[in-house]
Design a protein around this ligand. Structure first.
Ligand code: IMP
Length: 203
C-alpha cells in the first residue's frame, strides 16, 4: 500500500487529484486526517517554489510521501496576473466570487480576442528522504464576460478552454480532468508512480 498525503486544503482540488491518480493500492491522507495540519505561507514567486514549500512542510512534519500542486490563472491582457496570487487576487484567500468580480472589472472594455489566458499547474511528489519528482500542465483559453456554470471552483465559471463554447464550470469532473492543467500534471504524475514505488522500495 502506497501512502500519500495530498498537500491541499481545497476540497475541489483534492477531489480532482484523487480522481486522476485512481490507484487501487493508494492510501490517501488529507488535512482531515491531521488536526495539526501546518498552514504554509505561499511566499514563492513561481508555481514550482510554492508547490515545493507546501510539500516540504508536510513531508517534514508527518514523515510520509506527499504530493502538492500550485496552480493559477495567467491572463495575457494583465501581464500574466493573477498568476501565483490567483487564490488571493481580491484580498481574501480562496474567495472565488470576489476574485471573479475583480477579474471581470480588470478586463472591463477588453475585447474577446484580447482576453486570452491559461491555467498552469506544477505538481511535486516528495518522499521522506527528500527525493522528489515534478510535472506540469497548462490549458489555454479565454476569459468570458460574465460567469457561466456552477461546477468546479475558483475561476472555472469565467474560463472557456480554446475551442469550447462552455466554461469549465459547465463541465463535469471527468471532462474537466481530461483537459485541465491539473488533469495533465497529475496524469503525468500517475505515469511516474512506478518510479516512486521503486524509489520507496530502495530507500
Ligand atoms: P493554489 O491553491 O495556491 O494552487 O491556488 C490556486 C488558485 O488558482 C485557486 O484558489 C483558484 O483561484 C485558481 N485555480 C487553480 N486551479 C483552478 C481551476 O482548476 N479552476 C479554477 N481556478 C483555479
Amino acid at each position: 500500500m502506497l501512502e500519500l498525503i495530498i498537500a491541499s486544503k481545497n476540497d475541489g482540488k483534492i477531489r480532482e487529484i484523487v480522481d486522476i491518480l485512481e490507484l487501487s493500492d493508494l492510501r490517501v491522507y488529507t488535512y482531515k486526517d491531521f488536526p495539526d495540519w501546518p498552514d504554509v505561507e505561499e511566499t514563492g514567486t513561481t508555481f514550482y517554489d510554492n508547490a515545493l514549500l507546501k510539500v516540504e512542510a508536510l513531508v517534514e512534519k508527518y514523515g510520509k510521501p506527499a504530493v502538492s500542486d500550485d496552480s493559477g490563472l495567467e491572463v495575457d491582457a494583465l501581464g500574466g496576473d493573477p498568476g501565483v496570487d490567483s487564490a488571493i487576487y481580491a484580498g481574501e484567500h480562496g474567495n472565488a466570487a470576489k476574485n471573479n468580480e475583480k477579474l471581470l472589472r480588470a478586463l472591463d472594455g477588453v475585447p474577446e480576442e484580447e482576453r486570452t489566458a491559461r491555467f498552469r499547474c506544477v505538481a511535486i511528489l516528495m518522499t521522506p528522504d527528500g527525493w522528489r519528482t515534478s510535472t506540469e500542465g497548462t490549458v489555454e483559453g479565454r476569459i468570458g464576460f460574465e460567469p457561466h456554470g456552477a461546477l468546479g471552483f475558483g475561476y472555472d465559471p469565467l474560463f472557456f478552454p480554446t475551442g469550447e463554447t462552455r466554461t469549465v464550470a459547465e463541465m463535469g469532473l471527468d471532462e474537466k480532468n481530461k483537459i485541465s492543467h491539473r488533469g495533465q500534471a497529475f496524469m503525468k504524475m500517475r505515469e511516474k508512480m512506478e518510479e516512486v514505488r521503486e524509489h520507496l522500495k530502495d530507500s
